[in-house]
Design a protein. Sequence first.
Lengths: 688, 160
Amino acid sequence: MIADFGYGVLVVAFLTALYSVYAAVYGELKKKPAMVESARRAMLLTWPLLTLAAGVLVYLLVNDHYEVQFVYEVTSRSMPLYLKVTAWWGGQAGSLLFWSWLMSAFTSLVTLRKWDRDREFLPWVIVVGGVTMAFFIGMNVFFENPFAKLYQTFGGEIAAYTIQPANSILFTPSDGRGLNPLLRHPGMIIHPPMLYLGFVSFVIPYAFAMAALITGRTDDRWIRITRRWALWAWLFLSAGLVLGGRWAYDVLGWGGYWGWDPVEIAAFMPWLTGTAFLHSVMIQEKRGMFKHWNMLLIILTYDLVIFGTFLTRSGVLSSVHSFAQSAIGPLFFAFIGVTLITSVGLIIYRWDLLKSETQMTSLLSREALFLLNNLLFMGILVVSFWGVIYPLISELFTGQKVTVGPPFYERATSPLFAGLMLLMGVAPLSAWGHSTVKTLGRALWKPALGAAIVTTVLAFTYTRNVIALVGFFLVALVILVTLYEYGRGALARQRSQGENIFVAFWNLTGRNRRRYGGYIIHLSMMLMAIGILGIELFQVETQGTLAIGDSLELAGYTIKYKEVASWDNPGAGVNYTRAVVEVYDANGNLLGNLHPRKDFYFDTQQPMTIPGQLASLKDEVYVLLIDWEPINQESTTFKIFVNPLVNWLWLGSLLFLVGVIIAAWPDKDPQRVTVRAERRARQTSAAD
Amino acid sequence: MKINKFVIGGLLILGAVVFLIWTSTAATSEYFLTIDELKAKGSEVTGRNLRVSGAVIGDTIQYDPQTLTLTFEVAHVPGDQALIADEGGLAEALHQAVLDPTRSRLKIVYVGPKPDLLRHEAQAIVTGKLGEDGIFYADELLLKCPTKYEEAVPEQAASN
């Protein structure tokens, strides 16, 4: 009954989204502001409606309503409460609802903003938001109903239906299938929502871009309005990617964090276009250039978001043998096709309005380097996209399916990433408009010399690996240039304002949040690069079968096997096997105990291998329990990785969050400040 | 003149990206074959980088924890999405594949930890080379269990 109510609410939400689109277009074309206002309110209404539908679904999940197919498929009685709630996005139908729900929260928020200065955008923002939302809610309403119930016909067949078929009875399984053990992890609480928030919030800048094209108000107003939206979207998307990597590293037990699988790439591609977008909008704001390009980037980001949602959720690409598994596949492609063609058509329609205001003259000017940055990001995008679609292309032309794996991506993208790092080092020193080798060289030689010294020291003390040394040189260069820029600004402030150096740093960042937040992001990227270089180039591994008291050596560490124990937890439906190993450094000092585990889930008959990790800034010792002898404990097999520098990756991610938050933190609205100042002036004059 | 240097620069970058894609594809691409296709090609593809997909036959899974050597057999599943759909979806296709004794089979050898997802009727996607002895030596092993979960697990769940 309650499930039917949930479905009913979904249908109403779907109609509401459609109505808002209709009312916005009608009201705008017929010049009836009341209709536009009605559309705005309809848009506002979608959020409470979807919250209600989602609430019903969570209620069903938490209360073990296994007659509902979705609940049956993603939960079981033995799962803890938090996993029953998060199972909401553990399957296709629920995660589509989750998408729509987040989307409605964002569109509602955006309709609540002050529109006084941008009234003409409003109806079209509603149209774009409404169409996108109606598409996703429609998926739930027509194809992937999370509230469909299981019915048994007299023939004995059991299937899920939205409406009870004739001659059937409701079928209630006693327990659900349960969520995949690999998804039963606290990462499930945060990783998918972050990724989704990132996906969804990129719809807002896209909506404003379309509104700008439709209304012909193609100055940088739409960029200024959506700059923070784009930054927050980017923050969420980046956090989602990093959290996914960390989750993989912690539970998947293969000693890595990123496998270049198509689903990961699907989430990475909008990140690439989004990052390029964040950089290139600055040129439009400063120099009035690249207007077509920015439009194209946000359109690409939007459609890659839709594409990514489709891939990450449906898993169609996890084997190249399985495109379009369900009815929604072709619809997604149709939606992407239609939005892409419409949006690009609008750019062409407004082509002349988007002409650049200035010409680029100098190859080394800031704007030229920004352009180069964009081209490199696009290069990585093309490589990634090529890797994903290559099997289809090769089959089309040769009749033979040929695929590429991680080595392809690593080989093809690493020079491009290196180019980006070099740009991070050079671009902050170049000037807008005009720069020459001479002016750049004068600014660059000190940091470059410093980086060369650091690299030389590393070559004698740490590694002779050429790729690593090139990487470390670039890292050092970017860090030094960034700190140099930062320090120069702070010193100038200290001199002119008479502030002490820490206050100067603080105020410098506060006054130019975007610039210095950006620098912090660059620094964080370099920390992440150190971690990536470390684990990619220097990871070592070994394995061995040990008796209690035996030890293994790897990269200067000694791993000593102490004991193993196995016990059941009937309440959670899991058997745990946990080993205890001690880790010693080269001098025989005990560094700590590790507890690699193997959990076995009874309901799904699946084991899960959980590593023991000993973290430090230098290395991480990562121990996996592979196999053990239950009776005499004499032969227990371990696999051990030493992952050098990998923790810089996670540290860098934290610094990254700080940088983006600084860059995205709301400024005081200048207009409101003036209004307040005027009011104050008026009050004072009235008091006079 | 002014525009030319930017066009040249852009073309250089474009050329570099095309070059990177071209050489990397040539150096790392793998033929994706079904087991029937592999058997048909036989020695023609011995020693080349290959990727093969099949249904895991549970009884054949053997694991030696001393050497971390894993051996198992996979049965042919169709490569074409339409054929899989005809058999009633991937789960049903895998089920049919392991039941049918006439399907061609391939023996796989893989050295490494035994993946958590390796089980009867899982879909295995292996990357490696076909040996002279007709055994497939895998460097990488990916597994998918569509029978159990609607949700796809990230691929690297079972790799390496």
